[in-house]
Design a protein. Sequence first.
Length: 108
Amino acid sequence: MADTGNLIELCAKDDVAEGEVIKVEHEDLELAVYHVEGQFYVTDNACTHGPGELSDGDLEGHVIECDFHQGKFDIRDGSIVAPPCIVKLKTYKVVPHDTAVVIEAPDE
Ligand code: FES
């Protein structure tokens, strides 16, 4: 997808239905994009606990449950909601845009 300066356009907002999560890859980033109550959130797609992919998990409100060992994270800040996860999930700052989900590029 498009890459303008330090902003990265990941997908169209319409690509992510309300209450859903999708996987989006951009260069070496593999991300999960969530749509909750009209807001979009972006985290790493890889669970910090093991091989689970969070885009395969169950999203309930602002909590994503990994389908591998049922660990849970809050997608707003990456905090751990349920074990066995012990490492926070990386989150990305979503920049306002009319039609696209855009994030600030992470620091190298
Ligand atoms: S791999 Fe996600 S909870 Fe274990």
